[in-house]
Design a protein around this ligand. Structure first.
Ligand SMILES: C[S@@+](CC[C@H](N)C(=O)[O-])C[C@H]1O[C@@H](n2cnc3c(N)ncnc32)[C@H](O)[C@@H]1O
Length: 196
């Protein structure tokens, strides 16, 4: 079963920052790698579901003209609004509240392993269909199994590889995967910059 809102509300009741996003070097380094993996300097319209307390959201907002972020937990949304004033942050539960519209960038960071098979397939379908031509989908996920989670990070990246998107960047290390997929023909950064 997909983990429900109550599961995450419980985590935020126990701690304002349950994963240590603000304090852990692991997270700071991973965010730096995540931002560095984005092939474009700037994006017009971006979407970040499962934004938690908005630490990555604030960093992404610096690279986006418009960033729409959401989280299923009210406590997380309240913090994200304060931490990332450059983003529009709403309480929404995926995949049923997936927003209308199209995006140049969708960021799925530490989110997809919470969904069961049906909801994971729906999330990937929504994401693929919400990307503008040439758009970027960035996914980053913890690889170690967590008993409560329906999937591992490796499971969800295997599912991403089966979508019609094309992989442009794949960073693998023992703890996490960070991959960039694009809608349409993948263009390397050097090609886009006229270097090759
Ligand atoms: C591990 S945090 C990821 C935070 C952020 N993406 C990052 O990488 O810094 C997972 C967040 O996803 C949210 N979440 C889990 N299931 C969700 C769902 N179905 N819809 C929206 N948000 C969800 C949780 O409330 C939690 O804040």
């Amino acid at each position: 079963m997909t983990l429900d809102t109550g599961y995450f509300d419980g985590m935020y009741e126990e701690s304002a920052d349950p994963w240590g996003f603000q304090s852990r070097w692991y997270e700071q380094r991973k965010y730096a790698l995540t931002l560095a993996a984005l092939p474009r300097r700037r994006y017009a319209d971006a979407f970040e579901p499962g934004c938690s307390i908005g630490v990555l959201t604030a960093l992404l907002a610096e690279r986006c003209d418009r960033l729409f972020a959401c989280d299923t937990s009210t406590a997380a949304v309240e913090q994200a609004r304060r931490r990332a004033p450059g983003a529009r942050v709403e309480r929404r539960t995926m995949p049923q509240d997936w927003p209308d519209g199209r995006f140049d960038l969708i960021v799925l960071s530490e989110l997809l392993y919470y969904f069961d098979d049906h909801d994971l397939a729906t999330m990937l379908d929504r994401a693929v269909n919400a990307l503008n031509p040439g758009g970027t989908l960035l996914a980053v996920h913890w690889r170690h199994p967590v008993p409560d989670y329906p999937h591992t990070g490796d499971d969800v990246h295997r599912a991403l590889a089966r979508t019609p998107l094309n992989c442009l960047v794949s960073h693998t290390e023992p703890d996490f995967l960070c991959e960039v997929f694009v809608q349409g023909e993948p263009t390397s950064v050097a090609t886009a910059e006229g270097l090759v």
